[in-house]
Design a protein around this ligand. Structure first.
Ligand code: GDP
Ligand code: MG
Length: 604
């Protein structure tokens, strides 16, 4: 394929505005997949994506299309829209020259539409605005066009109105891609220069790197070098994604495809790495800003004997998701484990679910925490750390006030877009989350965009759920990093009969300690089944108890139910009880159901 006939583009949008559905139609029109009623979000391959109805991993597909007597190769990269995965979006964009920006004709521009638009705009990509779902009864494409003009300075004449569901005008979108998106600016006679923009791990074939070629060509048998590790590999296979891997003889400059080259270790295929031919080194491509984790949590095997299995599962999964950071960690109560950093709580939950579903691993997760900082005043501690300002990602290591001159907490700039009838409730919610308003503007007659600085720890767990529920689902939210601010923080422990529950130790703002402690004790009370003795549940700041609940004793004699000697029934009962126990965590003499922890941490 001549480079002039290649287009690399991505579809970006707020979640649920129809990216994946539009991708399905594009795959059908180009004959990449057969047209049936069953093509639903074909690019969402992962089980969690199908269950949650969201795209988590960006996927690539090469489409062939002829237009005005010419054949084109169109490389489509589908992206996730959720705020936690915007890192995936920016990575996808680095392999593209243009984007289709999809906006729902009914919902209009939402918080992530803004964030995604700016990513594309800053990368100087061609932007094709598309208004989707015009088949809906309440569709108001005119209003959306006005929003696009006002917020993005793009003329309404450029907007294409479509229904991805019915296929209306979708062909027009493909033609615009050919007309508006420039071909990649590359030369096939240059030496090979390939950007690794994604990689996946296959149990049988090892590492599969998704690459975009910025120069030269590559084929089976070539010796390639990783600019990052300087290691040399022999290429076993190259091909394009349709969207499944389809081997080809060669990949050329301008193309997007995959490469397998005997990389077995997860660390070998760094996303953002540049590959070149042996003895033909090139200037590496800029690569990517590394993802900045916002939420940390401890992860431990339920049983220490599963440590090695869990270790390899985590390593394989992080190859698929390079935005997760890993530190080894250990705790007295939980044994050896890790402290993992995630982009947000949804990211954490999805990671956990993937471990369970794709690797059959069972894990204990600790309370999510944000990266706090402490400015130390104790000469001893400063010497120990070799610096004055430390970052704390584990509540167990939170230094005491007596050796600290100042605590700092991370903040974010949040964008909320909402119908104006909910403004009052939303402002109240933001105030209870210690947020400071920065901006408020009407984006059309009835919708408002609000901007607030939030302490990150006030939004990680459940802000989004709260916002959704008080706006009947209409408000949307997105955020970006906004640096650190001073904060009055304390470490809070949760005790069961005097023993600290390590999973639930948290850092909280002083003004919130009482309310958070009380709520956690109450929820824990509901989550712990009665046992043979009384259980005291306490929240404490140091030695000071600030909240308490009690679980009354209960004599649970299941075997009394089947006296009379039916031995098999007895055995069955005992077995079921033993299985129940496996899912329990013992703290002192108290048994706590393993999955109680995450639910306890969610504020309602
Ligand atoms: P994504 O999150 O942006 O990938 O959105 P999806 O493609 O998963 O679509 C979200 C929902 O909107 C799904 O239930 C789709 O069936 C629906 N949808 C997508 N496009 C259209 C459309 O043109 N018309 C209607 N009525 N529904 C659509
Ligand atoms: Mg999707």
């Amino acid at each position: 394929f001549p480079v002039e006939n290649i287009r690399n583009f991505s579809i970006i949008a707020h979640v649920d505005h129809g990216k994946s559905t539009l991708a399905d139609r594009l795959l059908e029109i180009t004959g990449t997949i057969a047209k049936t009623d069953r093509n639903k979000q074909v690019l969402d391959k992962l089980q969690v994506e199908r269950e949650r109805g969201i795209t988590v991993k960006a996927q690539t597909a090469s489409l062939f299309y002829s237009y005005e007597g010419m054949n084109y190769l169109l490389n489509l990269i589908d992206t996730p829209g959720h705020v936690d995965f915007s890192y995936e979006v920016s990575r996808s964009l680095s392999a593209c020259q243009g984007v289709i920006l999809v906006v729902d004709a009914n919902e209009g521009i939402q918080a992530q539409t803004m964030a995604n638009f700016y990513l594309a705009f800053e990368a100087q990509l061609a932007i094709i605005p598309v208004i989707n779902k015009i088949d809906l009864k309440n569709a108001d494409p005119e209003r959306v066009e006005k929003q696009i003009e006002k917020l993005f300075d793009i003329s309404k004449d450029e907007c294409i109105r479509i229904s991805a569901k019915l296929g209306t005008n979708v062909e027009k979108v493909l033609q615009e891609v050919i007309e508006k998106v420039p071909p990649p600016n590359v030369n096939i006679r240059d030496p090979l220069k390939a950007l690794v923009f994604d990689s996946t791990f296959d149990h049988y074939r090892g590492v599969i790197a998704n690459i975009a070629l910025f120069g030269g060509e590559v084929q089976k048998g070539h010796k390639i070098v990783s600019a990052h590790t300087r290691k040399t590999y022999e290429v076993n296979e190259v091909g394009i994604l349709t969207p499944n891997e389809q081997p080809t003889h060669k990949l050329y400059a301008g193309q997007v495809g995959y490469l397998i080259a005997g990389m077995k270790e997860v660390t070998e295929a760094q996303i953002g790495d540049t590959l070149y031919l042996h003895k033909q080194p090139v200037e590496p491509l800029p690569g990517f800003k590394s993802a900045k984790p916002m939420v940390f949590a401890g992860m431990y095997p339920v049983d220490q004997s599963e440590y090695n299995n869990l270790k390899s599962a985590i390593e394989k999964l992080t190859l698929n998701d390079s935005s997760v950071t890993i530190h080894r960690d250990s705790s007295l109560a939980l044994g050896a484990g890790w402290r993992l950093g995630f982009l947000g709580l949804l990211h954490l939950e999805v990671f956990n679910q993937r471990l369970e579903q794709e690797y059959n691993a069972s894990v204990i997760l600790t309370a999510p925490t944000v990266p706090y900082k402490a400015v130390l005043s104790s000469a001893k501690l400063i010497k120990e750390h070799g610096k004055e300002e430390i970052t704390v990602i584990n509540p167990a290591e939170f230094p005491d006030k007596s050796s600290v001159s100042e605590y700092l907490e991370p903040t974010v700039l949040g964008t909320i877009i909402t119908p104006d009838e909910y403004i009052g409730k939303i402002i109240t919610l933001c105030q209870t989350r210690r947020a400071v308003q920065k901006d408020m503007m009407y984006i059309d007659e009835h919708r408002v965009m609000l901007k607030y600085i939030f302490p990150l720890n006030e939004i990680v767990v459940d802000f989004y759920d709260a916002l959704k529920s008080l706006s009947s689902g209409y408000a949307s939210f997105d955020y970006e990093d906004a640096g650190y601010q001073a904060a009055d923080l304390v470490k809070m422990d949760i005790l069961l009969n005097g023993n600290s529950v390590e999973e639930l130790g948290t850092v909280v703002h002083k003004d919130k300690a009482y309310a958070v402690g009380k709520a956690m004790c109450e929820r824990l009370k509901d989550a712990i089944p009665r046992q043979l003795f009384e259980i005291a549940i306490q929240a404490a700041l140091g030695s000071k108890v600030i909240a308490r609940e009690t679980v009354k004793a209960y004599r649970k004699n299941v075997l009394a139910k089947c006296y009379g000697g039916d031995i098999t029934r007895k055995m069955k009962l005992l077995k079921r009880q033993a299985e129940g126990k496996k899912k329990m965590r013992k703290i002192g003499n108290v048994e706590v159901p393993k999955d109680a922890f995450i639910s306890v941490l969610k504020r309602q």
